[in-house]
Ligand binder design. Sequence first.
Ligand code: GLY
Length: 428
Amino acid sequence: MKVLVIGNGGREHALLWKLKQSPLATELFCAPGNGGTAQMAQNVDIASHDIEKLKHWALEHKIDFTVVGPELPLVLGIVDSFQKVKLPIFGVNQKAAQLEASKVFSKKLLQKYHIPTAEAQIFDSYAQACAYILQATFPLVIKADGLASGKGVRICKNQKEAQSALSDIMEKKILGSSGSQVVIERYLEGEEISYMGFLDGKTFLPLAPSQDHKKALDGDQGLNTGGMGAYSPVPWFDAAWQSKVQNRIVAPLLKALKSEGISFQGLLYIGLLISQDLPYVLEFNVRFGDPEAQVLLFRLQSDLLPVLQAVSQSKLHEVHLKWDDQPAVCVVMVSGGYPQSYQAGYEILGLDNISQGCDVALFHAGTVLRENKVLTQGGRVLNVVAKAPSFEEAIQKAYECVSGIQWPHVFFRKDIGFRVCPNLKSRS
Ligand code: GLY
């Protein structure tokens, strides 16, 4: 089969790495890809949001199956567009993508169907939102409605912070039209879990649980990022927890989707917040988490390609996923300055020192291959993933590899996995 992966991040490199192991996949393509995907597939120079061009290219090259990595093409309707011309594709349609595209839409759905989530108010008027925070209880969370690449959520400790967030989002419009509406919700204290599963319209098949580190600095401090590291499994999130989430969240959500006429075939990412022993929905995404995908795909033993096909053919009830019991950890190496401004174009040295195999993988994100050199080309640059019998060993192995890779101003967190490995000392 000729398989096309859409996207250019670490998640897409990990998808390709996994798909390459499938005996069903004969040729692999990635649009637009990065310096890592170029080494295992043919990169196609079409942006992931250019739906028409992608469709024509896929038709022309007789692509048998397309896998969509990021949310934007899904929100723009790539699946609807491919399906119209009978191109098989993995991902949700535009209607289902609203779960991620609009925080207002998903909050209203959660409220309507009494699915546990933080209490919230929705505003499309800056003046009314400002009036509301004058009498609100703090801390609270302000979320811009639309897509914002991880920059749309602000936790506000007091009125001053809330006023500044509202001004940025609704008045100055720093996120563009994504800030036309906001959700203002109660801040829930607790631990976050990335709970993902395949959904084929009827059957939900959960993946192993994972957690990511969204903050830029050690100790989960600093600005929000796309993700500075991740690991799987989450040892305390056991079968009893899974069934609690199934009963309180997944089952009512599936009913809600059915009642609303939303056919969801793809990957459902439920951002859970566990507060006082109960799970709440923080957010929905409609694609694999990044960098959670990197550790999950590294632990997945089943052939991914037939699983993705089963999702798009509503045959998920026939599928069983097999996981490696060993924990996996991913450390994200970024350009110094990220998530704010940073320099790119540096040559990455030391990549050949890493001996990749069944216990270590290197997934590229913001890189480009030029004249046999790998150069930095984005904020999140590389994902170093390691697997071992214990978290302690996996973390050790990942950081050993990280220490062999250099470029000017490289930055990474030194404490990835500290929640599952409390003895871990920050490596600064
Ligand atoms: N790691 C969080 C996300 O992918 O949205």
